[in-house]
Ligand binder design. Structure first.
Ligand SMILES: Nc1ncnc2c1ncn2[C@@H]1O[C@H](COP(=O)(O)OP(=O)(O)OP(=O)(O)O)[C@@H](O)[C@H]1O
Length: 461
């Protein structure tokens, strides 16, 4: 054992006060003692200890609760030395069950502690490495952060690349995708990267407005145009002059208004309700729907000519189940974003919660993920969010059986996607990380149907 292995030690025991310290030092550990009051111990990061040992003996309940807070705040992993009689107490039991990675009886510490602390320190080191690579993956997706869109998978890189391309031109865009996948966010990202960025971005949900209001909402009206029109009203299209108008749920636009919208797209002018004047307006239209618009055209519910006018450029936002490898990074992103709402003892997600999130089908996509995480952050009573806090019923998790080959394939694909994501889809560093050749990476990408983006989007391109 190298001498620079450092550990914390809490030992207020009534037995031989230096027994554990001597033992740890004889095993090659540099021991740093923590003594009450634990609330004054400050941050524990300074000494570079990866692991801590707590003797659960001789601590008052106040000291125990201060110690618990200290352990939650610390970044190291903890081991308990506790006798069976101490473990009969519920508070001691909870501390061990929720915050410790191992427990040994005082009598067997001399024989068992050495091995346990070595393994725990190694686990702590692995976790630090993992956190760093996740951190750098998040930093690498800073292009995405520019749109406030998170994602490191090929599906999301493709989306970011398309956003950049379509932002540069001024044609209408049609965004399709299931509810909650990020269609509005995509529209906003396009606007922000387009030459129209300094003008307004307005979003209107065509399905949320009653038919009699939507015409005046979109086109405005003149004073006295109809009963109740006491003032002239500027419509959303006119108010967006110079900018981008996002028409969500375009499939719900009544047929007569589809005619007016088509006219606007063809002439670039509008008429307010009750007005005769043609008003020139320069607005880029981005439309979206989560229903099959082609089918609506076939069934005569949507005008074919308007469909073609709107459908010049297409973007499909993938459902969350098609980029499951992003779930963990999205979950951690939203956890940070809502961290002001969380209980102070909450530290993150348990492995089981992450696993359940990966297995779940996410019919409500990213919106559902956000809602479940916010709920879990409020409801959770442990330091780590558990599957039940997320409210995902186990029966809703796909539990289809898998052969060993399928399981290997899934693991291979996940490792590949994660390595490419962490390395901005550059093959060489991903190959080095996975310990394989570039040729193998290309072969695996082909095998798993992963295409490499032509060029990664950059923040200032
Ligand atoms: N890639 C992403 N990264 C971070 N947040 C996202 C991402 N995609 C979507 N969101 C968030 O998910 C929520 C739902 O997104 P959005 O409203 O854009 O979906 P939508 O497809 O337009 O939904 P609907 O069809 O119901 O109108 C929003 O809070 C949005 O900020």
């Amino acid at each position: 054992m190298e001498k620079d292995a450092r550990c914390w030690l809490v030992d207020e025991g009534t037995r031989d006060p230096s027994h554990l310290e001597d033992l740890l030092e004889s095993l090659g550990w540099e021991v740093h003692r923590l003594s009450p009051p634990f609330s004054e111990c400050g941050e524990l990061e300074s000494k570079g200890c990866e692991v801590g040992v707590v003797l659960l003996e001789g601590l008052s309940s106040k000291q125990l609760s201060q110690l618990e807070s200290l352990m939650i705040k610390s970044h190291c992993l903890w081991l308990a030395v506790a006798s069976a009689s101490v473990m009969e107490d519920a508070d001691h039991r909870r501390l061990v069950a929720t915050l410790c990675h191992g427990v040994v009886e005082p009598e067997s510490a001399s024989s068992d502690l050495g091995c346990l602390i070595k393994h725990t320190a190694f686990l702590s080191w692995l976790q630090t490495q993992d956190a760093e690579s996740r951190h750098s993956a998040a930093a690498m997706s800073s292009d995405a952060a520019e749109y406030e869109m998170v994602g490191t998978t090929p599906a999301m890189w493709k989306l970011f690349q398309t956003i950049r391309k379509v932002a540069a031109v001024d044609a209408p865009i049609f965004i399709s995708g299931e509810s909650g996948t990020g269609k509005e966010l995509t529209a906003q990202a396009i606007h922000e990267r387009s030459p129209r960025t300094s003008a307004a971005f307005h979003a209107i949900n065509c399905g949320a407005l009653p038919d009699h209001l939507i015409q005046s909402e979109l086109f405005g009206h003149e004073k006295g145009a109809f009963t109740g029109a006491a003032q002239r009203k500027i419509g959303r299209i006119e108010a967006t002059n110079g900018g981008t108008l996002f028409l969500d749920e375009i499939g719900d636009l009544p047929l007569e208004l589809q005619v007016n919208l088509l006219r606007f797209l063809e002439t670039r002018t509008i008429q307010r309700v009750g007005g005769l004047e043609d008003i020139a307006v320069d607005v880029r239209i981005i439309a979206a729907t989560h229903v099959d618009l082609e089918k609506a055209v076939e069934e005569g519910r949507f005008r074919e000519d308007l469909y073609h006018r709107l459908n010049v450029l297409q973007i499909k936002v993938p459902p969350l189940r098609e980029h499951k490898e992003d779930i963990e990074i999205l979950a951690r992103y939203f956890f940070e974003r809502f961290s002001s709402e969380k209980a102070s003892r909450l530290k993150g997600f348990s492995r089981e919660a992450l696993l359940v999130m990966r297995q779940y089908h996410w019919p409500g996509n990213i919106r559902e993920l956000i809602n479940r995480i916010r709920r879990a952050m409020v409801m959770c009573e442990n330091p780590l969010i558990q599957p039940e806090d997320l409210g995902i019923e186990r029966r809703k998790i796909s539990r289809h059986s898998m052969s060993l080959d399928q399981a290997r394939d899934t693991a291979e694909r996940e490792a590949l996607v994660a390595a490419l994501g962490r390395n901005r889809h550059k093959v060489l560093p991903a190959a080095q990380e996975l310990g394989v050749s570039r040729v193998t990476i290309y072969r695996l990408m082909e095998k798993h149907g992963l295409s490499r983006p032509e060029a990664c989007p950059t923040a200032k391109s």
